[in-house]
Write a protein that binds this ligand. Sequence first.
Ligand SMILES: O=C(O)CCC(=O)C(=O)O
Length: 251
Amino acid sequence: MRLTAEQQAFYREQGFIHLPGFLTPGEAAAYRTEVHAIAATTAARDATWSSVKGGTQLTHCHDVQFRSAAFTRLLVDDRLTGVARDIIGPNVQLHHTKMFVKPPEKGSPFPMHQDFPYFPHRDHSMIAVIFHFDDAPDAKGCLRVYPGSHKRGPLPFEGSDHHLSEAEFPLGGALPIEAKAGDAIFFSYLLAHGSGLNVSEEPRTTLLVQLRDPADPPLKEGHGSRGQGMMLVGVDPTAGQFAFAWESKAA
Ligand SMILES: O=C(O)CCC(=O)C(=O)O
């Protein structure tokens, strides 16, 4: 799958693109089963932001391709790498993966934020891809974005959770991107985004994959993950000699 010139122009202007039917309903259902199987193990934990009060929950696990081979295959799926190439360029490198299940009636919201402050990069090549494995209407806490906000570059944030000012970026004022099972949403790590509470009777199940250009260096260390640096398409023109895993403390 590749983006048309029109879709690429939309992404450049708006900072995101919603691609309905990216996965088939059967694929989405199979991935959903995998995510819920991981959620039922001790690998998953609650990832509700410290600033979110009120007894909500967010079931979360990093590095899902180390839990289930289904996600390894998804990472190199031509549909994902094709669209990622149209946004990032010919070389696309994995940064990290994480799954989220927002449980029914109490699935935590994500306050508005940019991803930039968590893992800043020099050229801002970093993108996120959210795969929806079940329907995500507004009542389930679908993604909300401020279209075009990526053009403002890194924005001032508040507190250790790096959230944006609620006065300037109220969650309720952001555009809801209601999604169906199988949809994917690609967006810049500079886009102001968040999502609401799941008040519905069903879980909201997603996978988030973060990708970058290998030639775009991180401005700070500290957001490593298993598998980080894997080339998903193209080559890493910066690659020198690797240390063996047992030689590196970070490995
Ligand atoms: O899954 C969502 O609703 C938002 C996820 C998100 O913003 C993030 O992980 O940075």
